[in-house]
Ligand binder design. Structure first.
Ligand SMILES: Nc1ncnc2c1ncn2[C@@H]1O[C@H](COP(=O)(O)OP(=O)(O)O)[C@@H](O)[C@H]1O
Ligand SMILES: [Mg+2]
Length: 283
């Protein structure tokens, strides 16, 4: 993909922002797009819940944002490559972090981070915090994003959240992005039409899927969803990708392989090199 896309996933508390950001990252990775997933929520650090194996020694996004200056190498150095996909790297807060763990960072630092990230990956996904007043990275991601994916849950709490926060997003700073509204984890007994009418427009509905609840509970969110019951959910993610990609890029590109027949991933190779350096192994 030529255009390096920045996607900000934001919405009401516990609506499924992190789940949707991860499933979206997987769907892009399945299309051989290199994805940098930035989890900006310092309130509930999600790196440990998304990739518990690697994240034990994982450097924190907070540390990266606290560096005196940022380069592409720093981002690669701090990003966690994921065993489950050569196309996804993760940057997030780690277990035990709080918003008081690191020095306050500036707006310029976030702009640097997002600009550099866009040069590194085909798709940068920022899993934003609901609490914009407490998270500058989320605010600036929403300002700079090509696409905002706004996640709603099908309840009164979500309507109240959007009633409070939407007025803040009418500022012209936030108007450069296209907006896709997603109603998430909708159970059969919930009235999605009523929510859609009251809110005034939802583009995509993602059904509740027990498998996802189980994946989250077992810290296996990076596993694929499969089976008959996952079809409607996966169709929802597919429609979301269609909203986010130009029509010609929506289909998976032809496979590129190296001489050994393995899929090429420059992204993975570079990330591996930097994780070796992080451990002090410069061979
Ligand atoms: N489509 C879904 N089906 C079933 N459960 C879901 C779905 N999406 C999210 N969840 C559940 O909702 C909870 C909150 O999701 P999460 O992505 O962590 O929310 P947020 O990041 O908005 O706080 C998780 O425990 C997860 O199991
Ligand atoms: Mg979250």
């Amino acid at each position: 993909m030529n255009n390096k896309t920045l996607i900000a996933v934001w919405g009401s508390p516990s609506s499924g922002k992190t789940v949707t950001a991860v499933k979206l990252a997987q769907a892009f990775a399945n299309r051989k797009q290199n994805v940098l997933l930035l989890c900006s929520d310092a309130l509930c650090p999600s790196a440990a819940t998304i990739a518990p194996k690697g994240s034990a020694n994982h450097a924190s996004l907070g540390e990266l944002l606290s560096l005196p200056a940022l380069s592409q190498d720093d981002i690669l150095h701090y990003a966690l490559p994921l065993d489950v996909s050569p196309h996804i790297a993760l940057l997030g807060y780690k277990k035990g972090d709080s918003s008081f763990s690191y020095a306050t960072y500036s707006r310029e630092r976030v702009v640097d981070l997002l600009t550099l990230a866009r040069h590194l990956a085909d798709v940068v996904i920022v899993d934003c915090s609901s609490y914009l007043s407490a998270d500058l990275l989320s605010v600036i991601a929403l300002e700079l994003a090509d696409h905002q994916v706004r996640i709603h849950s099908c309840d009164l709490k979500s309507l109240m959240f959007f009633a409070s926060y939407m007025p803040l997003l009418t500022d012209h700073r936030f108007r450069r992005s296209s907006v896709v509204s997603v109603l998430s984890k909708v159970k059969p007994e919930q009235d999605s039409n009523e929510y859609t009418q009251i809110f005034g427009g939802i583009d995509i509905t993602l059904p509740y899927l027990l498998q996802i609840e189980q994946q989250v509970a077992a810290a296996q969110l990076l596993e694929d969803c499969s089976g008959k019951e996952a079809v409607a959910y996966l169709q929802g993610i597919h429609s979301l990708i269609d909203h986010l990609l130009p029509a010609k890029s929506a289909a998976p590109p032809p496979k590129r392989t190296d001489s050994s027949g393995h899929p090429l991933s420059y992204f993975k190779k570079v990330l591996n090199r930097f994780s070796r350096m992080k451990r002090g192994d410069r061979s």
